[in-house]
Design a protein around this ligand. Structure first.
Ligand code: DGJ
Length: 739
């Protein structure tokens, strides 16, 4: 289904089987929004959806006409100070101090496919017939500024991508002080707002609250997308659940400061915006210069939140992530961090690797602490040469020995950071982001390199090349352990300081691009103190991300459940760690730790030498299980069933694309006395297929499992004495196979 333009009514209709997005060129030349929602059949005119009313006190565009007021019109690209009294999508400061802009329609182009966004991560197509693109060119005649409103609608996905490019064709220097990537004016505000909020070690909790008059916003001013607010906003109707009802999801393919907000006016309309955070963005646009915004993504579902999430999952998995690992089941790894922290030697690492190999692990990852003098958090970031006291044969020698054991080798690095105690800092103090004559705040005793300066990025690239060219490295964990502060770059003049936050991220993207192109076989995992940069921008370069520094299975239920609102299972780094857990001191059964970690990329983060024989045997079985089912888990369709935010139980499941196999994960946090009866209604099965349920002594058709439910009540629910394995932190996997 196409994007059509109806010249008689100046209407654009972007449509596929699931959604429609309708725009109209208005009498003043601006672009108005008529509709965004479930697919509508096309017709010449949707003018009835263009609502106006002669409202008292309104500021109006045309002399004598009290009905055409930008204040009350649903605008596609609202400018500041020109009659639209809500938050603008563009803020352009002119030499005379004015910020009034007036963009009028000039032309448009419609074509198949989707062009790249130069220098920025974005979704893509592999074949032009997967998507159609519309570019609407609007122009401010006084300023001689063009804006191109860019839309791509996927043919078979309920996904609309939206970005804006602004070009200065005039002779004045302008300053772009704000540019939303997407502006959507909904005709009513009868929605609940869904956010993913948190902090270190408790990222992406699902928060749902009704919209109310005024602005509701989430943001980052930290220089990374943050633990605190993920760049995601969801809107759902009151009656919408996981399985039914209307839901809209918005995200930004970006890893730095962002602002996402809903501005509900007192006429019950809701303006949704997502884009760069205007407070830390001020970009001079000289003659013939242009600026491209990051890409925003809008997903529409008329069938509940699971369908919304699944559209994000498959888009991110198939058309945002790239490279060799995109479609491959991920290697089962052992990471030494929680096993040793900084305290290790080659001998320790090789013993751990040998033990890991014996358990069935495929990839050994050496975390922080491998470079010169790095025995605490206080030192050495920037000096990326192996510590020969710890690793006498260097990284390449260690990699060879690990390879000789039959394991792949992976390495941790934190390329954007530096410690005062480092040779790099002694040589290049100006390469640290810092504001002249002001004290500099540390975070984890470290400082941030000025990645807005291309010389710094070049230097770090050469340094990483030196490591990667000389050692057999299959995996990189790219960490980033502090927020940016005192952001100022001595590389740029004073009137460019408003560009530094964005240039910093462009520098990070540039380094990622260079490394992923030069080393296409390396699997990159992004990380930022756990999940502070778990965002769509990162997924373009690194198909997986360390979900959280919290490895406790019970906390991970919430973190992974919340993360699944937007991100696919194949992107969630998830490890089994030792007990008592290092973040919470909680002890959970080994089975539960694995039953949670299976729903991710799966690995271990412990010292395998410290496990007893029974535990080792259990781990061998776990790894065997994951090898058998990881393709299904990482690339099947994921459904949330019971939310850990609602009570004591959590459940989720994945279903294979042919609906012949499914795995249900069921988790109960605390044991109840004399328990109630319990059932979980499954999803995504074929109603007419008879499933054998491993672990149950009966078969059932898909319809029974979905409409009556899978019984999860313990047989001994009312007994006084619990059997072994029962009690707190219980979990079970149910494997369903078509008979
Ligand atoms: C923070 C990461 O999230 C951890 O997994 C670990 O790599 C440490 N940094 C190492 O410093």
């Amino acid at each position: 289904m196409p994007i059509v333009f109806h010249p008689t009514t100046n209407t654009f209709h972007l449509m596929n089987d699931t959604m429609s997005y309708i725009l109209k060129i208005l009498p003043d030349g601006s672009i108005g929004q008529l509709y965004c929602g479930r697919a509508l059949r096309d017709k010449e005119s949707f003018d009835e959806l263009f609502e106006t009313a002669a409202r008292p006190m309104a500021v109006c565009a045309f002399e004598g006409d009290k009905t055409f007021s930008l204040e009350h019109i649903r605008n596609e690209f609202p400018g500041a100070f020109f009659g639209d009294m809500r938050m603008p999508a563009i803020d352009l400061k002119q030499e005379n101090g004015s910020r009034v802009v007036r963009f009028r329609y000039k032309s448009h182009t419609i074509f198949s496919g989707k062009p790249k966004l130069e220098g920025l991560p974005a979704t893509y197509v592999e074949h032009d017939d997967e998507a159609n693109t519309l570019h609407i060119h609007v122009y401010d005649e006084l300023l001689h500024v063009w804006a191109t409103l860019q839309y791509t609608l996927y043919e078979k996905r309920p996904v609309l991508c939206r970005s804006v490019k602004v070009e200065n064709a005039g002779s004045d220097t302008l300053v772009l002080d704000g540019l939303a990537s997407l502006n959507l004016d909904l005709p009513d505000a009868g929605y609940d707002l869904i956010e993913l909020t948190g902090a270190w070690a408790r990222e992406r909790s699902i928060k749902v609250q009704p919209l109310h008059e005024g602005i509701q916003s989430i943001y980052s001013l930290r220089g990374h997308s943050s633990h605190n607010f993920n760049p995601f906003l969801g809107l759902k109707r009151k009656e919408t659940t996981e399985t039914q009802g209307e839901a809209l999801g918005f995200t930004l393919v970006y890893s730095g400061n962002f602002l996402a907000q809903v501005d509900v006016d007192t006429y019950n309309t809701a303006r949704v915006q997502i884009g760069l955070h205007p407070f830390t963005f001020s970009w001079p646009l000289r003659r013939n210069e242009s600026f491209q915004s990051p890409e925003a993504i809008l997903v529409y579902s008329s069938q509940g939140m699971n369908v919304m999430s699944q559209a994000f999952h498959s888009l991110f998995r198939e058309r945002l992530a790239r490279g060799m690992w995109r479609d491959k089941p991920r290697p089962i790894l052992l990471n030494n961090w929680e096993g040793t922290y900084f305290d290790f030697h080659e001998k320790t690492i090789l013993e751990m690797a040998k033990a890991a190999k014996d358990l069935g692990v495929e990839l050994f990852v050496l975390d922080d602490g491998w470079f010169e003098g790095r025995n605490t958090e206080h030192t050495s970031l920037g000096d990326w040469r192996p510590d020969m006291d710890k690793l006498p044969k260097g990284i390449s020698g260690l990699a060879d020995q690990i390879n000789a054991l039959g394991l792949r080798f992976g390495l941790w690095i934190e390329p954007e950071m530096i410690n005062y105690h480092s040779k790099m800092y002694e040589q290049m103090p100006d390469w640290v982001l810092h504001t002249p004559n002001r004290p500099l705040s540390h975070g984890r005793h470290q400082f941030v390199l000025d990645f807005s300066n291309p010389d710094v990025v070049d230097f770090v690239f050469e340094m990483m090349k030196d490591i990667l060219d000389h050692a057999n490295i299959d995996y990189i964990k790219w960490d980033m352990n502090r927020s940016l502060s005192e952001v100022y770059s001595s590389h740029y003049p004073h009137d460019e300081q408003g560009t530094i936050y964005h240039r910093f991220i462009l520098g990070v993207y540039d380094l990622y691009e260079r490394l992923t192109s030069r080393y296409p076989n390396i699997l990159f995992e992004s990380c930022a103190s756990g999940g502070a940069r778990f965002d769509p921008g990162m997924l373009y370069y690194a198909p997986q991300a360390w979900t959280s520094d919290d490895t406790d299975a019970i906390e991970r239920l919430k973190i992974q459940y919340g993360t699944s609102m937007l991100y696919p299972i194949s992107s969630m780094g998830s490890h089994v760690s030792a007990i008592p857990n290092h973040q919470l001191n909680r002890s959970t059964p080994l089975s539960t730790r694995a039953n949670v970690a299976y729903f991710g990329t799966f690995g271990y983060e412990l010292d395998p030498r410290k496990m007893d024989e029974a535990e080792k045997e259990q781990i061998r079985k776990q790894i065997g299980f994951m090898k058998q089912y990881r393709s299904l888990i990482q690339f099947g369709t994921f459904y949330r069933l019971l939310s850990p935010f609602d009570g004591n139980e959590t459940a989720w499941m994945v279903v294979s694309n042919d609906q012949k196999t499914a795995i249900v994960g069921y988790y109960r946090t605390l044991q109840e006395v004399n328990e109630r009866y319990r059932r979980v209604r499954l999803q995504g099965l074929d109603p007419n297929t008879l499933y054998q349920i491993e672990g149950c002594d009966y078969d059932a058709y898909g319809d029974e499992l979905m409409y009556a439910g899978l019984i999860t009540t313990d047989a001994s629910a009312g007994e006084h004495n619990l059997k072994a394995g029962e009690g707190d932190y219980l979990s079970r996997l149910y494997i369903l196979r078509a008979r």
